[in-house]
Every structure is written in structure tokens, then in C-alpha cells.
Write a new protein. Sequence first.
Length: 238
Amino acid sequence: MPLTYRAPIVVPAAARHTATVIFFHGLGDSGHGWSFAASNWRARGRLNEVKFVFPHAATIPITVNGGYRMPGWYDIVEMGGDPDSLRRHEDKDGILETQRYVHELIQKEIDSGIPANRIVLGGFSQGGVVSIFSGLTAKVKIAGIVALSAYLALSNHFADLVPKPEFNKATPIFMGHGDSDTVVHTDLGKRSFDKLKELGYDASRKVYPNMAHSASEDELDDVAAFIAKVLEENRDEL
């Protein structure tokens, strides 16, 4: 049964609305936790034409936390000291349910008049994971994908889960990660980046020194620049 989601936080465009950024929070958080980023990115990237959407995950039991219910985009069964712990026993059903919801949000923007390739998906931690997965499996060409402190979900059979033909093979992906992250290990992010490159995706990656499982001013600057760049490259659709 599909989960029930609260209405996202929406920060309207400050000028004529021509593009949308949909940004997904991490485990245990809500859309409120990242809504501050709208004014931050707008100031940095001159993104007055962008509407920002910050969805809320449904509340689900999280196995690694003893089944305690909290906002999550999918269940996490194991989280240990090695980089691969998050990928063992992945919650495929939960990831696919969130994919369905993300694709609904994309379609809602298209129905409102925003071209698909003026839509950017992004997220932090679990939110970055679902942004990569849902963005690359979308059946419309979007502008770009931002994944902070994240990894490629279901990577062992990811190639079998993308639509044929692929709409987002050339969609730019920005992956940012702290070199001191022990929650989503930096090495897991690197291996996910390498896997995406091996599969032929247009991924770039930057590692931030002395940063744990969080974001920094420098990283937010880079995200704003990335959003501005990919939207400018798709301005012909206006």
C-alpha cells in the first residue's frame, strides 16, 4: 500500500517561476530541516526564478533503530563500521515506493507548466540516495541531480532498473561528501561515484576536508553554482 506523505514545504520563486528544485532530507529529519537552503542558494546562485520544494518522508519503522518509527525514505537494516553496511539487505520495496513518490512530484511540476529539463532533484544522505535513484530512473529528462553524503542504491542490479531508452544518461550529477563521514562512509560515496562513471553517467564529485556527516558553506556554494549551471544549460526550453 502506498505511504501517506504530508504536503511538502514550498518556497515560491522570487521572480517568474521557470524552474523547480526538489530537495529531500535525511533520515529522521523533515523538509523543515533543509528549507533554510532556499534563501541560501538563491543568494549564492541568483536563483530568483526557482521554486524550491522540500518534501517530508513518511514515518516508518527503522530496523537499525530497533523498529522505532521515524521519518525515512526507506528502511535501514544495518549500519556498521564498514562502508558496505548500508548496502547490505537494502530495502528495495521502500526505495521503489519512494521512487514512485518522487516521480509523482516531478510530474506535478510538469503539469504546472515547468519543463522536465528545468527540474533539479537533490538531497542529503537518504535524500541524496533517492535523488540519484529516482532521477536516473525517471522517464523524463531532468536538468540535474545533487547528492550530498549519499550513495547509489541497489547498485548491484541498478542497470536493470533504469528505463529503456534511458532519459537521463547525460544528466549532470553532483556528489558532495565530507572526508570524515562515518555514517555514510566517504569510501562508499567514492565507490558509488566510480560505479556511475563505469555505467556511463555524467557524474562529478567533490570531497570536503574535515567535514563529517553534514554540509558546509563551501559545499552549499558549490550546490548553488551547480544548480545555476544546469538550469542555464537548459534555458532554451523557456
